[in-house]
Ligand binder design. Structure first.
Ligand code: PEP
Ligand code: MG
Length: 879
């Protein structure tokens, strides 16, 4: 057997190949081996590898004695020993530690010479109690009661205050109880205590309950257990002795800060058990918490700096920040274990960047360590995780962040509240395009209906507003402006609530929040991500405000400008409505002539903001009736503005209504049947480009994109019209406008016919919102109502509008990419559905050879990090 079944000395095992060590000795022992080799103060120990413990479980404990005997002396004559489990992964659990093995009656005097009489008795009491419960399996409560009875009798509050006679009585009572229960005396021989404890741990590990618990946490059924027999350093004894835990970073911010808990005259986890109030490590901590008990720093000024030095050495050695479990033996700190530091999502960024800057890990590793989704914690204010939450409604987490404010039930009320300086929460059944101005005025949005790509969700993400959609457990009574929760509580206009768009919940009142933070470590990580990524990240930006936000997040361009979002301004919508409602070509042209300069102005602004970067403009997409007035009052006002009878306006609006507008006259179908609109847009784009290009260098080459294509003939028709407009603009301006034409692949047919399409254009951009909707035959606006059930019952692994369905929609993407590039090898491929901000979807796009993804501006940092990770992993896979 190659070392199989042998006992090994901790300080004699070489730390090379930690992965192999972990298989044999478990995670804890591997850490200790590495720490010991690096010269950190780790007490001597014997390691019992997994194969040896397997043998003990099968052959019995007798085989251990000859194996242990030659080594025990190396731990020191008469040393007290601890026995600890070291499973391959700490998360799999394991039997609790047994401490103070080796004490017996005969040795008590010698022990008392070391740690005092009281200390010796306390240690013996702990051994009997721990052994009786952990090894003999006796009832813990009966032993605790012995301590409580004696404390009561002595009139003291706990075991820490028991004097020598009281402890003598405790020891005697515990030994007697043990003897009665076990019908045998408490074992006196140290070797017998140790082997019995080892056998018990081996049995415990193999018990069906332990096995079920760990396999539920992902452990293989045959996972082995290694054990550590370690010389006890004594936290009970002379001078400043005790045990505690030292944390090296602030768990919320990740910034370096020594803090923790310590308890004098204690051992193991005593400081965390709550039987006595623990001391704090530093004076700064003690002042901050207003604690009167002296801190460790006050008791032993050298201990905290020593712990800090050890913490820094462990971070360099293990490549991550760890908290140290330590024992102070007469003023000397010893390390019993190092456990990875707990950290918030924000803390993880700071820790990863600090480690890379200190040279403990590479930049690549720092990038791979941060979960991209967790960056939302930096980008928006968040509810303090420690705050109590009174949830009044839950739905889909459509747009992250937290905002608090008074409820309003209409977009107009949102505008009015904002005008008075409030930050209202807009609560609606769902939102529609005409609600955009109200949404702009709101601090957050809550809708009772809708899915992850419903109007409210898409717009809120674009605006960076916290948003919860599909909160089907609230009921809205819009007439009396109230909201009723599932448990019958009522909230009216002006009542203050908080939207937690990260968790998908609405909360009563104003819980404390943590502000956004996009500088410092976050900015550094973003720079590293940009240097590492080999796939572009663009933004979906419709307005100058979006474009500025996107530039602030360092995008590679605009991948989707939804031009319909440029028409909701009061003046524009009137001109648009006149255009839609005019029967006569002349009147329609007049309305378009009014819209042209506005559109041109929009594009000039976008081009200027994005100077030097590509800007993809999508021609008008939604069904025209979405622009029409709703309700009698609005109809009447429009009829007056147009000088037409209201009946005529109403009749025309009814004419335009469709049974299924999502599949009706929208997208390119509008362009084919009402070409003037696209011609106006093309002209506005070209004139804007000419105006901007006249100013200075870096020419703008607009990318014009045609939505909802299903046949190449549609592209040919639109292209010939755009070319004609380009020729006209050239004749007027004296410069030939250059442009790239692209097609949005949003229908399964477009994906299948990608080769044809690629011959007519230079780029394909996958609109995976519509493509998902059409591939599944699942309404993006209605799916939110049942998506939770579908995901909970495992019908879909995830909401396919949120994370790309790789098996179905993904196959269409792969097929279209291959067919498109087969027809044109320099074809640019992008994705601009909401999936462009989803890390798993971005990884797919990278593997599929896409050139860029495009997402809402506030998801850009997440996409940049996910793109960097996808690029690094792809590089590693091919290396
Ligand atoms: C899409 O369908 O994926 C897309 C980007 O277009 P929209 O969401 O505007 O329909
Ligand atoms: Mg679409």
């Amino acid at each position: 057997m190659s070392g199989g079944g042998q006992v090994e000395r901790l300080h004699a095992v070489a730390a090379a190949a930690p992965a192999r060590l972990a298989d044999r000795f478990g995670a804890r022992a591997t850490r200790l081996i590495r720490m010991a080799e690096a010269g950190l103060p780790v007490p001597e120990a014997l390691l019992l590898p997994t194969e040896l413990i397997d043998r003990v479980a099968e052959e019995g404990v007798a085989l251990l004695e000859p194996l242990l005997a030659p080594h025990l002396a190396t731990l020191g004559d008469g040393a007290l020993l601890s026995l600890r489990a070291s499973p391959p992964d700490a998360a799999w659990g394991g039997p609790p530690a047994i401490l103070n093995l080796g004490i017996n009656y005969a040795g008590l005097t010698a022990l008392a010479a070391r740690v005092g009489e009281r200390g010796a008795l306390d240690l013996y009491r702990r051994l009997i109690q721990g052994f009786a419960i952990g090894v003999a399996g006796l009832d813990a409560e009966a032993f605790e009661n012995i301590v409580l009875d004696q404390a009561k009798r002595a009139g003291v509050s706990g075991e820490g205050e028991l004097d020598v006679p009281a402890l003598e009585r405790v020891v005697a009572a515990m030994r007697q109880l043990y003897e009665e229960e076990m019908e045998a005396a408490f074992p006196q021989a140290p070797a017998e205590q140790l082997t019995a404890a080892i056998a018990a741990m081996a049995r415990n590990w193999r018990s069906p309950t332990a096995e079920i618990l760990r396999t539920a946490k992902g452990a293989p059924a045959d996972a082995g257990l290694a054990l550590i027999v370690q010389r006890m350093v004594l936290g009970i004894g002379p001078d400043v002795s005790g045990a505690g835990i030292a944390h090296m970073v602030d768990s919320r911010s990740g910034a370096p800060r020594l803090w923790g808990r310590f308890l004098e005259q204690a051992q193991g986890q005593d400081a965390l058990m709550g039987s006595r109030t623990p001391q704090l490590l530093t004076e700064a901590e003690r002042w901050a918490e207003g604690q009167s008990t002296p801190s460790l720093e006050e008791r032993d000024p050298e201990a905290p700096p020593a712990l800090e030095r050890h913490g820094a050495a462990v971070a360099r050695l293990l490549g991550d920040v760890h908290s140290l479990e330590f024992t102070l033996e007469a003023g000397t700190p010893w390390l019993l274990d190092a456990v990875p530091a707990r950290r918030s999502a924000r803390g993880a960024v700071r820790i990863a960047v600090d480690l890379a800057e200190a040279g403990a890990i590479s930049r690549e590793d720092a990038l791979l360590r941060v979960e991209p989704q967790h960056l939302v914690e930096h980008l928006h204010p968040q509810i303090d995780p420690a705050a109590p939450r009174d949830v009044i409604g839950s739905g889909l987490p459509a747009s992250p962040g937290a905002a608090t404010g008074p409820i309003v039930f209409t977009p107009d009320a949102a505008l009015a509240a904002a005008a008075q300086g409030a930050e209202p929460i807009l609560v609606r059944p769902e939102t529609a395009p005409e609600d955009i101005r109200g949404m702009h005025a709101a601090a957050a949005v809550l809708t009772a209906r809708g899915g992850m790509t419903s109007h409210a969700a898409v717009i809120a993400r674009g605006l960076g507003l916290p948003c919860v959609v599909g909160a089907s457990d609230i009921t809205l009574q819009l007439r009396d402006r109230t909201l009723t929760t599932a448990d019958g509580r009522r909230f009216g206009e002006g009542d203050v609530i908080t939207i937690d768009g990260t968790a998908g919940e609405a909360l009563e009142g104003a819980p404390p929040t943590i502000p956004a933070e996009v500088t410092g470590a976050f900015a550094t990580l973003m720079d590293w991500a940009d240097a590492a990524r080999t796939i572009g990240v663009r933004a979906n930006a419709d307005t100058p405000q979006d474009a500025r936000q996107a530039r602030d997040f360092a995008v590679d361009g605009i991948g989707l400008c939804r031009t319909e979002h440029m028409f909701f301004d009061a003046e524009r919508i009137t001109a648009m409505r006149q255009m839609i409602l005019s029967d006569a070509a002349e009147a329609r042209q007049q309305a378009l002539d009014r819209l042209l300069p506005m559109q041109r102005g929009d594009f000039i602004e976008l081009f200027e903001i994005m100077r030097g970067l590509p800007v993809t403009i999508r021609l008008l997409d939604p069904p025209l009736h979405e622009f029409l007035p709703h309700g009698g009052e609005e109809m009447a006002a429009l009829a007056t503005a147009m000088g037409l009878p209201v009946e005529q306006v109403t009749a025309r609006a009814e004419d335009l209504a469709e049974f299924n507008p999502m599949l009706g006259k929208r997208g390119v179908r509008l362009g084919v049947t009402m070409p003037e609109i696209y011609e106006m847009q093309a002209r506005a784009i070209f004139e804007a480009a000419v105006a901007v290009n006249g100013k200075d260098s870096a020419p703008v080459v607009p990318e014009i994109m045609i939505p909802l294509v299903s046949a190449n003939r549609e592209v040919e028709l639109i292209k010939s019209r755009i070319d004609a407009v380009a020729t006209q603009v050239e004749a007027e301006a004296g410069v030939a406008p250059d442009y790239h034409l692209g097609v949005m692949v949003e229908t399964p047919r477009a994906a299948l016919r990608a080769a044809d399409l690629a011959r007519s254009c230079t780029f394909l951009s996958f609109g995976t919102n519509d493509l998902t909707q059409m591939t599944y035959g699942l309404s993006r606006d209605d799916a939110g109502r049942f998506m939770r059930d579908y995901v909970n019952q495992g019908v879909f692994p995830e909401d396919p509008f949120h994370s790309l369905d790789l098996e179905g929609v993904g196959e269409l993407l792969l097929l279209a990419a291959a067919r498109g590039r087969g027809a044109r090898d320099d074809l640019t491929l992008g994705l601009c559905g909401e999936h462009g901000g989803d890390p798993a979807s971005i990884r797919f796009c990278k593997l599929a050879g896409f050139d860029y993804v495009s997402c809402s501006p506030f998801r850009v940092p997440i996409a940049r990090l996910a793109a960097a990770q996808a690029s690094l992993l792809a590089r590693r896979e091919t290396a």
